[in-house]
Design a protein around this ligand. Structure first.
Ligand code: TXA
Ligand code: MG
Length: 330
């Protein structure tokens, strides 16, 4: 891991070789730790599904929680999501700054399905930290960045904490000293009629309510989402078709979600076959998972037979999502 020290106030990195190298890391799909005003982010190109799979692998989280995409300006954010009057007012009042908005994702946004965990919404933030904005602008990529900590640890607010937790996974750690806000961004969802507070954070509820002229409703959390509490997700993506797990054969009329080179008996009659990874690689499978479920739904099959995926590494999060998709709907 390279380590690069900056003065977050100076902005003198622009045009330096170290900055260009950081941009190249992003464009080439590597992982970086980037300081923001709230906490350090474990950053990668949000349009690169393999790089986003590496984020999940590095965090060691047993499930896919959607990631925040960081962009340089409101104009850049509008390339990825649909802004209504409320979203425009909040952007005007609080960006750049510690506010994240969950908005309807534009179908033509290049942000990958894995970054949004297959959801039709996307979390966007224009941070106050100029280094993150400059990297997004110079790379021309929205930057996916969850807090830079391993699953179950507290969010990294110093370069030392980040190095200790994730050092072996990073191409580059950008050290700007302790982060000034120290708590994560406030997350507001504007995906239905009522604006919802998904996570309290660096901007207080009352300030947001004053701009909106209405109170923030609580997050919708289904009981089966309880383990996701920090994310307080209002929904999880699941295919419309029913899913049959650990399939060792394909029944007539089923589509097949394949993993690995050896397809099970009946595969030749499957309504559709979508491969997660012909080589049986978990990183590639994670990168393809949500797009694959979408493709299988599009095949029109009523049921999907899913081949077993090993429970190791990213397999745990892949299996978590497949089990949720297979669970009876409420
Ligand atoms: O301050 C912050 O927000 C930091 C810095 C690095 O920007 N980032 C951060 O990311 O805290 P993370 O991944 O630790 O938390 C983001 C939360 C997750 O809990 C996730 O569930 C939620 O945002 N989220 C992301 N996209 C969402 C979506 N489409 N719908 C609902 N929740 C979403
Ligand atoms: Mg976090």
């Amino acid at each position: 891991m390279r380590r690069w020290q900056i003065d977050p106030q100076s902005e003198t990195w622009r045009g330096t070789a170290a900055f260009e190298a950081a941009v190249a890391d992003l464009v080439d799909g590597r992982l970086l730790a980037v300081p923001t005003e709230t906490v350090y982010g474990l950053a990668a190109d949000a349009t690169n599904a393999l790089a986003c799979a590496d984020i999940y692998a590095a965090k060691g989280r047993p499930s896919f929680n959607p990631l925040i995409a960081h962009v340089e300006s409101t104009k850049a954010a509008e390339r990825h999501a649909l802004f209504d009057a409320r979203a425009r007012a909040l952007a005007e009042a609080f960006w750049p700054g510690p506010l994240t908005m969950v908005l309807p994702k534009r179908v033509d946004s290049p942000i990958c399905d894995l970054a949004t965990a297959g959801l039709p919404s996307v979390a966007l933030r224009v941070p106050a930290a100029a280094i993150m904005r400059d990297l997004a602008q110079a790379s021309g990529r929205p930057i996916a960045a969850p807090s830079a900590n391993r699953s179950g640890r507290i969010s990294g607010t110093t370069a030392e904490a980040v190095a200790g937790d994730l050092g072996d996974r990073l191409a580059l750690l950008i050290d700007a000293g302790p982060t000034p806000v120290g708590v994560e961004s406030t997350i507001v969802a504007l995906t239905d009629e009522r604006p919802r507070l998904l996570r309290p954070g660096g901007i207080e509820r009352q300030a947001i309510e004053a701009v909106l002229g209405e109170t923030l409703a609580p997050a919708l959390v289904r009981p089966d989402d309880a383990p996701d509490a920090p994310g307080m997700l209002s929904s999880h993506y699941a295919p419309r078709a029913a899913l049959r797990l650990e399939a060792t054969h394909v029944e007539p009329d089923e589509a097949l979600l394949a993993f690995g080179p050896d397809l099970p008996p009946g595969a030749e009659h499957a309504r559709a076959v979508v491969q997660l990874s012909a080589r049986g690689e978990l990183r590639e499978a994670a990168a393809r998972l949500f797009t694959a479920m979408r493709e299988l739904d599009a095949s029109g099959a009523e049921r999907i037979a899913a081949m077993p995926v090993p429970e190791a590494g990213l397999g745990e999060a892949i299996n978590d999502r497949l089990r949720r998709a297979a669970a009876p709907r409420r």
